[in-house]
Write a protein that binds this ligand. Structure first.
Ligand SMILES: C[S@@+](CC[C@H](N)C(=O)[O-])C[C@H]1O[C@@H](n2cnc3c(N)ncnc32)[C@H](O)[C@@H]1O
Length: 232
C-alpha cells in the first residue's frame, strides 16, 4: 500500500526541534564558516540552518535530484559519492537522510566527505535507524510517496563505526522510540480524536526523551540518530 506523506506540523515541529537546532548550534561553535556543503540536501534547507551564526557562508547543496526553493542556496546536480569539490575546501558538511540511500557505500561516502572537509571542520549527520519496532511494523506494510526502493534505514552501530574511522566523534544522540510515527498518525485521525492524539504525542515525546537519556540500552530502539563529528 502506498500513502501520501502527510504530517501534523505542530507535532512534527515539537519532535524535530532538537534535531533541527543542531546546525545552528554547530554554526555558533565555528570561528570560520565560508563553505557549507549539504550532501543529498534536496532543497538545501538543512545545511542552510548552519548559516545562523555565519550569514556570510555559502551553502552548496549537491543532490541527484535537487529541489530548488528560494533559500539562497546554490544547487549542484551530482552524487555524494563523488563530490565535485577540492580537497579540504569545506568548513562544514551536513548530511540529512541521504546516507540510508547508499547503505552499502557508507565507507565510500565518508571517505569522500573526509577528503573535502578541511582539518578542524565539522560534520553533521542525521539518519534513520533500523531497529525501531513501530517504524518496522509500518515499513513492512506501507510505502510512502516520500520514499524510494533503494533506501534502507541503517543498522544501529554501522554509521557510528564508519564515522569513527575517519573523524573524531563529538556528539551522538538518539531520538524517537514511541513518538516516531505520531506526526503521521495525527492527521489521519478523525476530527475529535486529533486533539487527543496530539496530547498523546507530547506524552510519547517526553517518555522517549526520559528513556533515551536514562537508559543507554534503550537507544538501540531509536528511530533516528544525530552525529556531530570533527575532522582532526
Ligand atoms: C530523504 S531525502 C532528504 C533530503 C534533504 N536532506 C532533507 O532533509 O530534506 C534524500 C535525498 O538524498 C538524495 N540522494 C540519494 N542518493 C544520493 C546520492 N548518491 N548523492 C546525492 N544525493 C542523493 C535524494 O535525491 C534526496 O533528495
Amino acid at each position: 500500500m502506498e500513502v501520501d506523506w502527510n504530517v501534523d506540523p505542530e507535532v512534527n515541529r515539537m519532535g524535530w526541534k532538537a534535531l533541527n537546532s543542531v546546525p545552528g548550534e554547530v554554526s555558533a561553535r565555528c570561528e570560520k564558516l565560508d563553505l557549507i556543503i549539504d550532501i543529498g540536501g534536496g532543497s538545501g534547507s538543512f545545511g542552510n540552518k548552519a548559516r545562523s551564526s555565519h550569514p556570510e557562508a555559502m551553502v552548496v547543496c549537491i543532490d541527484l535530484e535537487p529541489r530548488v526553493i528560494d533559500n539562497d542556496v546554490r544547487h549542484i546536480l551530482g552524487s555524494g559519492l563523488d563530490l565535485p569539490f577540492k580537497d579540504s575546501s569545506a568548513d562544514l558538511v551536513t548530511v540529512h537522510a541521504m546516507l540510508h540511500h547508499v547503505p552499502d557505500e557508507l565507507d565510500k561516502a565518508l571517505k569522500e566527505i573526509k577528503r573535502v572537509l578541511r582539518p578542524g571542520g565539522f560534520l553533521i549527520i542525521q539518519e534513520p535507524l533500523d531497529r525501531n519496532p513501530f517504524a518496522n511494523i509500518v515499513r513492512k506494510r506501507i510505502t510512502t510517496t516520500h520514499h524510494d526502493e533503494g533506501e534502507k534505514p541503517l543498522p544501529f552501530n554501522d554509521l557510528e563505526e564508519v564515522v569513527k574511522r575517519y573523524f573524531k566523534t563529538d556528539r551522538v544522540d538518539h531520538h524517537f522510540i514511541t513518538f516516531y510515527l505520531m506526526p503521521h498518525i495525527v492527521p489521519r485521525m478523525p476530527g475529535p480524536l486529533k486533539g487527543i492524539t496530539r496530547a498523546l504525542s507530547r506524552v510519547a515525546f517526553k517518555i522517549d526523551n526520559r528513556l533515551l537519556t536514562s537508559s543507554p540500552k534503550s537507544r538501540k530502539w531509536a528511530a533516528y540518530v544525530n552525529i556531530v563529528a570533527n575532522n582532526p
